[in-house]
Design a protein around this ligand. Structure first.
Ligand code: FCB
Length: 510
């Protein structure tokens, strides 16, 4: 079976790192990450009991942000209009064999021209927050130099229209579309890219920061460094452990310098990053598996959080040689970014276990990073094969709240791919999506009741769009997009979400 992107990012992350390390460190060993992908049967945990509680209605805090998220490359299209530069995703998607069915984001949802239709969807869904990203190569075509005024006009018009509709713009500065010119100069493994990022952040803040107050520096640093530089399934498609480690470190530096560039330009800006997280549960209750789960938590959830908030890498990852990561003296101070809030993208959980003695003997790399990770198998699966496990959201939010002294948190993404289409009367009855958001929101409400300071929830995604290497084959939207006509139709889940947002509460599911 081909692993999906998500299974890979979470299930095989450690295996991938472990498998890649010996390739360079232990020549002559036979490598296989398969052992780390074999199935475990997770025990029933007490949290299962609450997985599908539908009986109670829950209210959310006053002024809660009800939003939806998108990303420039996934929706905008207009890939070479109005002076936009080429991005690594343009290049990657134009390379045969990289994207399912040969799809590209050249047109996507054509939001560059149809953003007013998108706004109409948001209004119909009663949203009061819209998370979208700026395309770096649209704003700064070659990744350096002045801003492209046609791009700033476009984003300005969008921001103004959102504000007029009383929808908060939550702007992501980097959702994976690096200018190709910067990739040609070395990409994220080149530490100079951190300075380029800070310059770009300043341009964006100058152009929009008089009206945009809430910003996300990055979307899922772990995903784009790992899949882009080690696994190669995402742009720019490289396969090198060293590139991956260096890219991680440059992104951590960029988070620090980008944060300060934004605050210097707009001191009242509220700044976070959207981190991909998952609840890391031990496969069994043994001491070894519990330790493995802590390692999985460090690699999956903290690699880009601790550098920002604590100026250091998680201890569990200390085995990475500093020289391989390109760490220089003074870098730990540069990485610091006292984020105003933590964005959490959460879809599912991870089951972690310790490799046994025989596995370690067979795979010496397991000594270096002794953890096996895989997706849970007990809950229902989405069409993308991801397990639906609502209490993962509760577990992660309460843990981050506890470990980082109750920071402000926003759920910047959660959602599910179900490929339901219109029935004979044109209605899209995506009941499973309603159930998904219902249960995840109930889990979130429990975390809030237990003390977490959560300010908002953003469904991934406003409308069906280009799902990276999966092309248009995975539909995550609250609105359906006919990719031939580009017509948008609100699904039943979008109608349900509109009620939730209007009432600020999740009612009973009947
Ligand atoms: C997240 C990405 C987002 C989308 C969803 C399904 O990892 O941030 O762009 O692809 O997954």
């Amino acid at each position: 079976m081909r692993l999906t992107r998500r299974e890979f990012a979470h299930s095989a992350l450690a295996a991938g790192i472990a498998a890649a390390l010996p390739a360079s460190l232990f020549s002559g060993c036979s490598l296989s990450s398969n052992a780390a992908r074999t199935a475990n049967s997770a025990p029933l945990t007490s949290s299962n009991v609450t997985q599908f509680d539908t009986s109670s209605a829950v209210l959310f805090p006053k002024n809660f942000f009800w939003g939806a998220s998108t990303a420039a490359y996934q929706i905008e299209g207009a890939w070479k209009e109005d002076g936009k530069g080429e991005s690594i995703w343009d290049r990657f998607a134009h390379t045969p064999g990289k994207i399912k069915n040969g799809d590209t984001g050249d047109l996507a949802c054509d939001s560059y021209h149809r953003w007013r239709e998108d706004l109409a969807l948001m209004r119909a869904m009663n949203l009061n927050s819209y998370r979208f990203s700026i395309s770096w190569p649209r704003l700064q075509p070659a990744g350096s130099g002045p801003a492209n005024s046609r791009a700033t006009d476009y984003y300005s018009r969008l921001v103004d229209a959102l504000l007029e509709a009383r929808i908060r713009p939550l702007v992501t500065l980097y959702h994976w579309d690096l200018p190709q010119a910067l990739e040609d100069a070395g990409g994220w493994p080149n530490r100079d890219t951190a300075s380029r990022f800070a310059d770009y952040v300043e341009l964006a803040a100058r152009a929009l920061g008089d009206r945009v107050t809430d910003w996300l520096l990055f979307n899922e640093p772990l995903t784009f460094t790992y899949e882009g530089y080690l696994d190669g399934t995402h742009a720019p498609g490289r396969n090198s452990i060293f590139d991956f480690l260096r890219a991680s470190h440059t992104v951590n530096l960029a988070q620090g310098v980008g944060f300060h560039a934004l605050k210097t330009t707009r001191p009242s800006a509220r700044v976070g990053t959207a981190f991909l997280m998952s609840a890391c549960e031990p496969a069994t209750d043994t001491e070894e598996d519990r330790r493995a789960a802590e390692r999985a938590h460090a690699v999956s959830n903290l690699w880009f959080v601790e550098p920002a908030l604590k100026g250091r890498y998680p201890e569990a990852l200390a085995f990475f040689p500093e020289t391989a990561m390109g760490i220089k003296s003074g870098d730990f101070d540069k990485m610091r970014a006292p984020l105003d809030f933590i964005g959490i993208n959460l879809y599912y959980r991870t089951i972690a276990s310790a490799p046994g003695a025989m596995e370690r003997l067979a795979n010496p790399q397991q000594w270096l990073f002794p953890v096996k990770m895989e997706g849970g198998q007990q809950g229902p699966k989405t069409d993308h094969g991801w397990e639906v496990w609502p209490s993962a959201l509760y577990d992660v939010v309460t843990r981050i709240s506890r470990d980082f002294n109750r920071p402000q948190i926003e759920i910047t993404e959660s959602g599910c791919s179900y490929n339901d289409g219109p029935d004979a009367s044109g209605v899209i009855r995506d009941t499973r999506r309603i159930e998904y958001h219902h249960h995840y929101l109930q889990a979130l409400a429990r975390a809030i009741a237990d003390g977490a300071d959560v300010r908002g929830y953003h469904a991934w995604t406003l409308m069906d769009n280009f799902e990276w290497a999966e092309g248009f084959s995975q539909r995550f939207g609250l609105a359906y997009v006919d990719f031939k006509t580009l017509q948008r139709t609100i699904k039943e889940s979008g109608r349900w979400y509109a009620k939730v947002a209007a009432q600020n509460r999740v009612g009973r599911l009947v």
